[in-house]
Design a protein. Sequence first.
Length: 617
Amino acid sequence: MLLLEVVQRDAGDEKHADYGALVRALDALSERPPDADCPYRDLRAFREEDQPLFFGRDAFTSELAAAVVGASGSGKSSVVQAGLIPVLRARGGWAVGILRPGREPWRSLAACLLELIEGEPTADERVKRVIATGELAARLADVGDQPLLEFCLTQLYARSRDGTLCQAAFEAIGGVRGAIVQRADSVIDAMESEHPGRAAMARDIFLQLVQLGEGSEDTRRRAPLVDFDDVARALIGELATARLLVTGRDPGSATETVEVAHEALIRNWHRLHQWLQEDRTDLHQRREIGRATLAWRAHGDSYRWPDERVIRETAPMLQRLGSRFELNDVERDFLGPLAADAMLALLDEASTPQALRAQIGDRLALLARGHPRPGVGVGADGLPEIAWHAIPGGEVELDIDATGLWKRWRGRPRFQVAPFHIARHPLTIAQWRVFLEAADGYDELLRKVYSWLPAFQRGSDNQPAGNVTWIEAMAYCQWLSVTLGFPVRLPTEWEWQQAATGGDPRSEFPWGEWQEGRANTVDSELGRMTAVGLYPQGASAQGVLDLTGNTWDWCLNKFDTPSDATLAVDARRVVRGGSCGGDRHHARCASRNVVARDYRGGDLGFRVLCVSPIPKR
């Protein structure tokens, strides 16, 4: 190596690059692990037992006062442990402990004091030989901080012959500032060539060990090893062997930890800077989840994030990160269900609480592509997407009180029902809005005729349209019939009841006997309207949903004379199904109520019916 350096100096300029490459190649082949006699500490701080190797700082050590302050990576730990502490011990009267505050500084302090009280075994003294470096030191103009120099010297020592550190090796490792970076790049390059998946895992390990600066520089972040799975922990061990990471134990909690070997790696490694630039925004949000989760556990649900933030900001971020930085169980509880498939699966579970169902309905409305199930929104053609369900024909008996107003009725009126199709859900706000915005819709059929303006819809797009009068519901059916090209209308109450019972008059509720958690009635204690489709267990035999609870459904016929389905202007109309403000009695298949045809109420909506079979468009 020394001969090559001499020949290189005498060669022409055009040969310098070739000789340089040859020197670096030979140097790489000559690298060897440092032996037990290596006088350098790599990126690790000098310890008290390293005092014989910590020379040249006597004057500085004597000036140390009660505290040592300096930038991270400037060598504070080394000068205190290998410089100040031995001096204090030599003077006598001092008890010295090393404290790493960690996450629980008081616990760490207690553990440190306990060690001082109980005593610590004396370490065997180590004998080191110090390799002089006069001429090399004079050429190190970019020494920077002590740990970087120490790492550089460790690398040079690994390439030394007979204790001689040479310039060629110094250049081969990239100098003082490039040594740690070159080591890191070589380790990752080897992983990428042999196993790209391991290189990607190493990237994510480093990203988790960086404390992202907010208006300041990034710094090291110590993390518990339990935050990583078994595969990642094995790789952490390899990176620690390569001296890029440092593992240890939190003195206060005895928790095993890992951190980047030195701040110099964070400051100088361009590859790490690129990784951080690619993921910085997502990493900030991911870390914020952890902080917010702690606040939620401490203070309760008032500290939960709103659904809009979770679905429109947090969920896309987590989707981008994929499985790279998994949520823990507490964080999952804090965020609640995120993916559409997971939310729909929860709706299919009978044990899912009412409050969670309501939250899922709110979150489904926030999805970028809208509610994922058919029959709730608007199709690709911009028209209401109605999911039709076939209902068999049969005979329906109305449950009318035979006293008072109904004393003229002898027995219960019966009606024959021909087969028909009915919408799976009440009309939603999204589907109602199409009518409001259509040129031949609300403005043409209602505003110009009645001078009405549509009521404001307070819910999400996947909730039932409310505050709709019977007249407005009829106008909607008129418009939809023209738009779809086949007749669409409101159901009569006997048709509605046939759909609710599924053709079995013994069914008191669409699902049979009363069961909690199958409809949004007053029993749910939600106190508000929710999205449609939240109660699959409350479906009728033909799969029709939301027939009870949430909103009353307008029916076509009169209330006082049920057999009359004409369009008389002064007649009161029937509503069926109960609402979120009604109890289970109103939710019965046979229950009927009366409302003036021009009355608006927040819990008044409707669903549509068409003849069977459905004409092809």
